[in-house]
Ligand binder design. Structure first.
Ligand code: MG
Length: 205
């Protein structure tokens, strides 16, 4: 798959198809030669593991940003709600415990810096140029646009912007990631490298 998935790969909670994982790994491997990588929306760490393993030959780090309170669709009563990730003590979602557990199992905890915060808060003092940004956070238009506006500007020239859940057909999925994808192309600052399933890969010109 472009990286060596751990034996428990298919048991991990998450929404990354195998063909998308292979393309994401190849992109991360290339981008890690340029600079650190930042992913937005780590959830239980499936894509985090994919990217970190693909970056194994690089000394660059992976920053894994997620408030771990779940996106809109993960909340109780919503379609993607997972009761295993609900912390009754605090009466809210908490995917951080599962995320950390999975990183430990994959042996990548020393190469990943978790940032437990909202995208906007984490970006406020950010000044590190990035080799790749992977947008896979909230799917409301507001959340997706915030992720783009907060982070795309930190990409190095030649760096990669990856966007997950890009569905041109509204019958197949929500339209916010697709709207961000269109905005990215229309900005003139990016060119498309590849589309694999719902993963879009773009290069910062
Ligand atoms: Mg996704």
């Amino acid at each position: 798959m472009g990286f060596s998935p751990p034996p428990f790969w298919h048991d991990l909670k998450g929404f990354l198809a195998d063909d998308e994982a292979a393309a994401l790994a190849a992109a991360a491997s290339r981008a890690a030669a340029l600079g650190p990588v930042l992913e937005i929306g780590s959830y239980c760490g499936k894509s985090t593991i994919c990217i970190a393993l693909a970056m194994a030959d690089s000394s660059n780090l992976l920053f894994a940003l997620d408030h771990h309170r779940g996106s809109e669709e993960h909340q109780p009563g919503e379609f993607f709600h997972d009761p295993d990730l609900f912390d009754a003590g605090s009466d809210q979602m908490d995917s951080f415990r599962e995320f950390r557990h999975n990183l430990d199992r994959a042996g990548i905890s020393e190469r990943v810096v978790p940032i437990v915060a909202t995208s906007e808060l984490a970006a406020r003092h950010w000044a590190t140029p990035l080799g790749m940004v992977f947008i896979d956070g909230g799917h409301s238009l507001d959340a997706a646009l915030t992720d783009y506006r907060c982070w795309a500007g930190h990409l190095l020239r030649g760096g990669t912007l990856a966007i997950h859940d890009v569905y041109p057909d509204a019958a197949k999925g929500g339209q916010a990631p697709y709207a961000v994808y269109r905005l990215t192309l229309e900005s003139g600052l990016f060119r498309e490298l590849e589309r694999v399933n719902s993963l879009a890969l773009l290069e910062r010109l």
